[in-house]
Design a protein around this ligand. Structure first.
Ligand code: ADP
Length: 219
């Protein structure tokens, strides 16, 4: 049965960075709803325009649309070995939709990894975050994880930019939504015995090592 991991944690806690690393290493599909939305936002289409307004303002995309995007993604061929969900679910209806989707397939969540990071630390990490202008999944931090050549992506050489929703106003909205709507889900998963808590204040390689142990079933 394929592995289903949920990466949960506040903005800036390193979910995306770590999911990229683990997905490569273990041939898991990295399903980031944020990345799925940003791909559509590049299009000049009614949906692209609508998503741009919602996401750049730091608001949550409606649950139905979000769960539909996930449903369309989780049977792709690259998901056969397993999936890391990054940024999904974020609300009670999304968590219910995920359980239903997995149930229909005779599957279940293997582990919920909770990236534990205080709010102040999270906010500190977001302003210096830079992403590749061609692929926002290539993530850097000006101090903790700088590119080899200042201003350019290590992977494809494209210019680095700040995400449009990494403005102070949008950051506050996103973090508030996380604390109100998403954090309670972690408690619910905890009571199902699914949560592994990770100290997300550690440096990138330290956290990766902990995750590798987890994926390999050593902890
Ligand atoms: P962050 O975790 O820093 O907010 P993401 O890349 O995960 O960054 O998400 C960016 C934005 O995409 C969110 O602020 C929200 O607008 C939208 N989004 C992502 N995932 C979801 C989701 N599960 N439900 C609703 N909106 C989402």
């Amino acid at each position: 049965m394929r592995k289903i991991f949920l990466f949960m944690g506040i903005q800036g806690s390193g979910k995306g960075t770590q999911a990229n690393r683990l997905a490569d290493r273990y041939s898991l599909a990295h399903v980031s709803t944020g990345d799925l939305f940003r791909a559509v936002m590049k299009e000049q289409s009614p949906l692209g325009n609508e998503l741009r307004e919602i996401v750049n303002a730091g608001q949550l995309v409606p649950d139905d649309l979000t769960s539909r995007m996930v449903r369309d993604r989780i049977d792709d061929p690259d998901t056969q070995q397993g999936v890391i969900f990054d940024g999904y679910p974020r609300t009670v209806p999304q968590a219910e939709a995920l359980d239903a989707m997995l149930g229909e397939r005779g599957e279940a969540i293997s582990r919920v990894v909770f990236f534990d990071l205080p709010r102040e630390k999270a906010v500190e990490r977001l302003e210096p975050r830079r992403v590749c202008s061609v692929n926002n999944a290539h993530i850097y931090h000006l101090v903790n994880n700088p590119p080899k050549q200042e201003g350019f992506c290590d992977i494809d050489g494209a210019a680095l930019i700040q995400r449009a929703d990494d403005t102070p106003e949008a950051i506050t909205k996103r973090v508030d939504a996380y604390l109100q709507e998403t954090l309670p889900l972690v408690d619910a998963y905890e009571s199902r015995g699914l949560v592994a808590k990770l100290d997300a204040t550690g440096d990138i390689s330290t956290v990766t090592r902990q995750l590798e142990d987890m994926v390999e079933g050593n902890v």
